[in-house]
Design a binder for this molecule. Structure first.
Ligand code: OAD
Length: 248
């Protein structure tokens, strides 16, 4: 049994569940995390690839890097963790995903309410006039230009940029009003996103971390379930099925 008595009790009575997710949830799909072994920021310097200054200095290089990452996320599929979250929707009236990931895998897995705090690599917009260029296939590795002449950039949050205010507000609201929050596959060190699970705790609700290791925030949470998200979340769901019926 994977559920502690207290978590089982919470999940028996809960109506609103939030999943706060980071790169670790997509690791089993084959998308690299940022930190730790094989992490993206061990190989590349964020300030050279993930900032507006870098884009202005060498737009083609930054664009090419995002094209490369876009191809990776296009070629992978949601894993057992993403799909388990989707199945939670059958058992709880409100299941909200608040993600730091830009890989679109939660939406592809069928989650209906997803707030993307750091943008989405499938979307783009003109850095000059803000016209949107979403879900287009750009074959070339050279940065494309908008009809206004401006450079088109990926719709992702770069270092030094603000989070999209509507997504952040919706994520904060969900975190403050849920019964149980799962913080899955995140190192919990990038703020303001990392405040989200702390807001749930502050509201007096139950927070569970699912991770391979302890993080900077583990000590604030009710419990840590150590393991791979793709194994832990399906195991939790299987136990839930023993005491909750699917919604009509
Ligand atoms: P990190 O790479 O910082 O952390 C990934 C976390 O996932 C680590 O704590 C791992 O232990 C854990 N992990 C790895 N594989 C796992 C698995 N199979 N199951 C469960 N846990 C696993 O990624 P994030 O916390 O998402 O920001 O990073 C936060 C932000 O930093 C990103 O959104 C990005 C980056 O710079 C921007 O791009 C703005």
């Amino acid at each position: 049994m994977i559920l502690s008595d207290s978590l089982k009790n919470e999940l028996q009575h809960a109506g609103k569940i939030v999943f706060f997710t980071g790169a670790g949830i997509s690791a089993e799909s084959g998308v690299s995390t940022f930190r730790g072994e094989g992490g993206i920021w061990n190989k590349f310097k964020p300030e050279e690839l993930a900032s507006f200054q870098a884009f202005m200095k060498n737009a083609d290089m930054v664009w090419e890097w995002y094209q490369y990452r876009r191809k990776i996320v296009h070629d992978v599929v949601p894993n057992a963790a993403h799909l388990a979250i989707t199945e939670f929707q059958k058992y709880y009236p409100s299941v909200v995903v608040v993600t730091q990931n830009i890989d679109n895998l939660h939406t592809r897995a069928g989650n209906k309410e997803v707030y993307e705090l750091h943008g989405n690599i499938e979307r783009n917009y003109c850095s000059a006039c803000k016209k949107r260029y979403d879900f287009l296939e750009f074959k070339d590795n050279k940065v494309p230009r908008c009809e206004c002449g401006g450079l088109i950039r990926p719709d992702v949050v770069w270092f030094g940029e603000s989070l999209p205010p509507d997504e952040l507000a919706a994520g904060e609201f969900a975190a403050e009003h849920c019964d149980v929050l799962f913080s899955v596959g995140t190192s919990s060190i990038v703020y303001p996103a990392a405040y989200i699970p702390l807001q749930t705790k502050k509201a007096g609700k139950y927070v569970v971390e699912v991770n391979l290791t302890e993080t900077e925030q583990t000590r604030y949470f009710d419990e840590l379930i150590k393991g791979k998200a793709g194994e832990v979340l399906p195991a939790i769901l299987e136990e839930i099925k023993m005491f909750r019926k699917p919604l009509p």
